[in-house]
Design a protein around this ligand. Structure first.
Ligand code: SF4
Ligand code: SF4
Length: 197
């Protein structure tokens, strides 16, 4: 069951910026809402909301927490990358460097797979590879609504090519590998366990 936003929301947009799955939408100064199909019940939105406007699946208020207790998660697919000029997407190194320099959370999770990420590897305490077989990726990309990438034949071919060529390199760099074919809640629990969170 997902989290919900109550009508005390003033539309400050903080939760939408912090949500790791992009589940929150809304215009500035307008009531925001959570897409239940994208919400993974991580409570990050409630931990940041300055107006106590987020409740969990049981209707209980998710309280704001201090930075030292926050688990911060950033998905770098959008906003953190340079537009791919015909090649593969790359992290904006100044932005990623600034993100890693900012100490405003107990644990920072960074999700992404970009060509130049290797130069940041020494700055991470732990690298976890989430993997799935080709047929599972194809099956999941087709109905995905949160990101259009991977639907055209060319993009799908690139995904499968990356699986063959890039995934072995990622496996070499990773400290742990988790089979992402497991239920999402099991994958999240395993990531949190590895991070000691
Ligand atoms: S952080 Fe709180 S007040 Fe701000 S948009 Fe989200 S729910 Fe509304
Ligand atoms: S609980 Fe987590 S996934 Fe769900 S809307 Fe809030 S921040 Fe996003």
């Amino acid at each position: 069951m997902p989290h919900f936003i109550t009508d005390t929301c003033v539309g400050c947009t903080i939760c939408a910026l912090k949500c790791p799955t992009g589940a929150i939408a809304g215009d500035k100064k307008e009531l925001h809402s959570i897409d239940p199909t994208l919400c993974i019940d991580c409570s990050v939105c409630g931990h940041y909301c300055p107006y106590d406007s987020i409740v969990d699946d049981e209707g209980d208020l998710v309280v704001r927490v201090k930075a030292k207790d926050i688990l911060k998660a950033i998905v770098t697919d959008e906003g953190w990358c340079q537009p791919p000029p015909g090649g593969r997407q790359r992290w904006r190194e100044d932005a990623i460097g600034q993100l890693l320099d900012t100490e405003d959370a107990a644990v920072l999770f960074v999700a992404g797979c970009e060509e130049n990420q290797a130069r940041f590897h020494p700055r991470f305490n732990l690298i976890v590879l989430l993997s799935a077989q080709a047929e599972v990726l194809v099956e999941r990309l087709a109905p995905r609504t949160s990101n259009p990438f991977g639907k055209s034949p060319g993009e799908l071919e690139r995904v499968l090519d990356d699986l063959r060529v890039v995934e072995p390199l990622l496996r070499t760099a990773a400290d742990h590998e988790i089979q992402a074919t497991k239920p999402l809640s099991d994958v999240v629990a395993e990531v949190l366990r590895l991070a000691g969170a």
